[in-house]
Design a protein around this ligand. Structure first.
Ligand code: ARG
Length: 459
């Protein structure tokens, strides 16, 4: 019957169901690499400060390295009786190093230890997610490059508004991803602070050097207040908020891909790499990837809400509630990574735009009506007056089942004498897009410049 690390203080033994209920080893084993790294730094710091000897530190560091090798080889199997990853490592270290293994926890608590592990984990994951965001941006850019002069209807209220460059539309999403990338960088500043050495809550009687262990672990700074150090989970909330926004952005583009792939829109064709069929309807080709991404958003939002709720009203300092910070965090990391990867594959090889169909789409509506009003305004007609006049033209044309391009020059001039034959050129879709050359607009010149900037960020 293995004994708990703390069993000497107890007379009875833990109820088996409570032992299971209490244990976090089932999920915090994911922190093991960080736990080992953190413990190695702690051991080196103890030796540097003369709290343990150099040879003891060497044995601890080597023993921890052996556990890392065992874990990687798949031969390290902690049990529920170990309770959590921290005890599991310490127990194994004591098996390996004997009594010296028991010196590792000098001047430290699991409270500052778990905070250290979680931050090291998140720092790594943020780095990986930022790389994944770059790959996703690159996938969008590869389409944008081909489609600067491909037009697509632009919408407001999902009603045809003004035609735009397809590249401009895609680059809107690379901009969102850019902010997501930056936001993670901001979060990283507050993740990368060391709580190690805060002890259980109050610091320690040993002459430790917190700055030294922080430096060994690549932390930018140390927490200034030991109570705050062991009970701060703000950094996890911030990460989950940033992750939630990534998911929000991915779900918006997902929604667009889903309707673009519908027969009603038919703006994209799904390749076989990312679409699936139906068990009953032989003709179906379903956009499962964007649907799943859209569907997974709720998990990440949920984890954000859960984390905010965990910390609400908690008294200082550590409370076991904090053990609930991990599973949501791990799942959010996994979900964001998986969704970014899937969307990258979708854009790299899962869909093709249909330029022919897009060209038809932009030619078949009244989304050039603003340009007629602008045309008159350039000729000195006050914009609001021009706008009213064009509104009337749209109404009568709709009744006559005509588009603006079908009106004869006599009809135009009957509406207003300022119309000249160049009105046809002014309302041609390509011209309508090219003319919106204001900074950040959809004009081809603007889009080409924007594309260059986006590409330079990727390199
Ligand atoms: N497994 C614990 C957690 O995840 C580690 C810290 C335990 N500390 C304590 N005082 N019980 O939060």
């Amino acid at each position: 019957q293995p004994q708990q690390t703390w069993s000497q203080r107890f007379e009875g033994s833990l109820h088996p169901a409570i032992e299971v209920f209490n244990a976090s080893i089932g999920f915090d084993i994911q922190l093991i690499e960080y736990d080992l790294t953190g413990s190695q730094a702690h051991a080196k710091m103890l030796a540097k400060q003369g709290i343990i000897s150099e040879s003891e530190a060497t044995q601890l560091v080597d023993g921890l390295a052996q556990i890392r090798a065992e874990h990687r080889a798949g031969t390290f199997h902690p049990t529920i009786a170990d309770e959590d990853v921290h005890f599991a490592v310490e127990n194994r270290l004591t098996e390996i190093c004997g009594a010296i293994g028991k010196k590792l926890h000098t001047g430290r608590s699991r409270n500052d230890q778990v905070g250290t592990d979680t931050r090291l984990y998140l720092r790594d994951q943020i780095g990986q997610i930022r790389v994944a965001l770059r790959a996703y941006q690159a996938a969008l850019v590869s389409h944008a490059e081909q489609h600067v002069e491909t037009l697509i209807p632009g919408y407001t209220h999902l009603q045809r508004a003004q035609p735009i460059s397809l590249a401009h539309h895609l680059l809107a999403y690379t901009e969102m991803a850019e902010r997501d990338w930056q936001r993670l960088g901001d979060v990283l500043k507050r993740v990368n602070i060391s709580p190690l050495g805060a002890g259980a809550l109050a610091g320690t009687t040993f002459p430790i050097d917190r700055h030294y262990s922080a430096e060994l672990l690549g932390f930018e700074d140390v927490y200034r207040n030991s109570l705050d150090a062991v009970s701060d989970r703000d950094f996890a909330v911030e990460f989950l908020a940033a992750a939630s926004l990534i998911m929000a952005h991915l779900s918006r583009i997902s929604e667009e891909v889903i309707f673009w792939a519908s027969q009603e829109f038919s703006f994209v064709k799904l390749t076989d790499a990312c679409a699936t069929g139906s068990s009953i309807m032989p003709q179906k080709k379903n956009p499962d990837v964007p649907e799943l991404v859209r569907g997974k958003v709720g998990r990440v939002y949920g984890h954000l809400q859960a984390m905010l709720t965990v910390i609400k009203g908690l008294p200082l300092a550590y409370n076991k509630d904090f053990q609930e910070d991990k599973e949501g965090l791990f799942d959010a990391v996994k979900t964001v990574n998986a969704c970014l990867e899937a969307m990258t594959i979708l854009f790299n090889e899962g869909l093709e735009f249909k330029p022919q169909r897009l060209a038809e789409a932009v030619a078949e509506d009244f989304s050039n009506a603003t340009d007629v009003a602008d045309y008159l305004a350039t000729k000195g007609v006050p914009f609001r007056e021009a706008y009213n006049l064009v509104g009337k033209v749209v109404r009568t044309s709709l009744a006559a089942n005509k588009l603006l391009k079908d009106l004869t020059i006599e009809e135009w001039q009957a509406l207003h004498p300022a119309f000249e034959p160049d009105i046809y050129e002014a309302i041609a879709p390509r011209q309508v897009v090219a003319a919106r050359n204001s900074f950040g607009g959809t004009g081809f010149e603007q889009v080409r410049e924007a594309l260059q900037i986006v590409k330079s960020r990727l390199n």
